[in-house]
Write a protein that binds this ligand. Structure first.
Ligand code: NAD
Length: 422
């Protein structure tokens, strides 16, 4: 059954990010100096630091924080705790964050951070010590006006709370705006947890409308049933879609008559996995991607749609909930097959949009209702989708290139307007 969840294709995320950037730069005929500036990260910090573990031993960990661009404002980007974290991966995601913020019009540049560690093997006390020390090590970069981290793979609202507290202790007063994705009790925002999945559902709906596809009854397959995948499935079901397949890292389930995501979530909470859900067939993660469906939502990890499986994907629309789930070679295949791909920087921007709302609320110490948050999220997602669609139609390119062109164009314009210091 679906235990072999991981697509093991090796890929170079930095090279993939550069390839995508070069497409957009060519399309915009960017001048050499601007192009060179934007293909380099502004700064990269590597830190090695000791943490005392519960058994009394000391382990030295390696962490990173990369700022890709500060042209549009302070930098924004998640912190990842995972054994496979590398500087190249963090650099790639920092660049993608620059484009993600720019494509939806947020006044931020892109950043990303990470620590090479396995949070699943660490106690809560060890994680707290690691987090507080890492926050101190990158303290020369982060701040509410300079660089605002958020959760990513392996980090949680609690981790953000420890970073916020550590930073605040060093300053002698509380600075909630230094991180987003915090618990609501310390300045987090209503609707932040659900924001990315909601955004995915909004652009799926807009895409269906654009293609003249009925959303009611549309078959949806969702890979990854965490924060993004579960909310996307719930929201799309509420819009009338039929959720035909769902998976997590331990495998997936399929029922062409439709699954109830709330029920599946309850089953997952009890069984620890979606597999074994009664009344559904078992599928592997590889099989899920190739099932007959109308909308495919990869919402797990990167590099899932490859040159190998892209010819067998049957969906009409792919909405990238995850970051970089489609390799550049696969993109070309999907484009040829006229499968409509809503790229990550647009599709999953809901998270950073509501993170921006959280930061604004913290800076003003004035908080909005979930209704207000959702209305503003809806407005920005719909506007951004339409802008990107217009660029891609105008330049006759796919939506990914259109989104990148929109984003890179915005940053390049600001860069040229600011000029070169000194
Ligand atoms: P999560 O940890 O809550 O959920 C991830 C899900 O994917 C889990 O169900 C896990 O079991 C499953 N998974 C992990 N490895 C898998 C594999 N190899 N095959 C199939 N399933 C696998 O994470 P999340 O916050 O939902 O994030 C999912 C993706 O969306 C990531 O790529 C993340 O970078 C991206 N993203 C998240 C946010 C956000 O706000 N949470 C914002 C933007 C992008």
């Amino acid at each position: 059954m679906g235990v072999k969840a991981v697509n093991t294709v090796r890929h170079d995320p930095w090279q993939a990010a550069l390839t995508q950037f070069e497409h957009a730069a060519d399309l915009l005929s960017l001048k050499r100096g601007v192009r060179e500036f934007l293909r380099h990260p502004k700064r990269e910090l590597t830190v090695h630091f000791p943490v005392q573990l519960e058994d009394g031993s000391v382990e030295v960990f390696t962490g990173y924080r990369v700022h890709h661009s500060t042209v549009l404002g302070p930098t924004k980007g998640g912190i990842r705790y995972h054994p496979s974290v590398t500087l190249e991966e963090i650099r790639a995601f920092a660049m993608l964050m620059t484009w993600k913020c720019a494509v939806v019009g947020l006044p931020y540049g892109g950043a990303k951070g990470g620590v090479v560690c396995d949070p699943k093997l660490m106690s809560s006390t060890e994680l707290e010590h690691l987090t507080r020390r890492y926050a101190t090590e990158i303290g020369i970069l982060i701040g509410p006006e300079s660089d605002i981290p958020a959760p990513d793979m392996g980090t949680t609202p609690q981790v953000m709370a420890w970073i916020m507290d550590t930073y605040s202790m060093h300053h002698g007063y509380s600075v909630p705006a230094v991180v987003t994705g915090k618990p609501i009790s310390i300045g987090g925002s209503a609707g932040r947890m659900e924001a990315t999945g909601r955004g995915v559902a909004i652009v799926a709906r807009e895409t269906a409308r654009h293609l003249g596809m009925q959303l009611a009854g549309a078959r949806v397959a969702v890979q990854g049933f965490g924060n993004v995948g579960s909310t996307a499935a719930q929201t799309l079901r509420a819009e009338g879609c039929r959720i035909v397949a769902i998976s997590d890292s331990r495998g997936g389930i399929h029922n062409d008559r439709g699954l109830d995501p709330d029920d599946v979530l309850q089953h997952k909470q009890q069984a620890g996995r979606v597999a074994g859900y009664p009344g559904a067939d078992a599928v592997t993660n590889e099989q899920l991607l190739e099932l007959p469906c109308d909308i495919l939502v990869p919402a797990a990890v990167e590099a899932q749609i490859t040159a190998d499986n892209a010819p067998r994907i049957k969906a009409r629309i792919v909405v990238e909930g995850a970051n970089a789930p489609t390799l550049p070679e696969a993109d070309a295949v999907l484009r040829e097959r006229r499968i409509f791909v809503v790229p990550d920087i647009l599709a999953n921007a809901g998270g950073v949009i509501v993170s921006y709302f959280e930061w604004v609320q913290d800076l003003q110490s004035f908080f909005w209702s979930e209704e207000e948050i959702n209305e503003r999220l809806e407005r920005i997602m719909v506007r951004s989708f339409r802008e990107v669609l217009a660029v891609s139609q105008d330049k006759q390119v796919d939506l990914r290139t259109g989104a990148l062109a929109r984003a890179v164009g915005r940053v390049a314009e600001a860069l040229v307007t600011r000029g070169i210091y000194p």
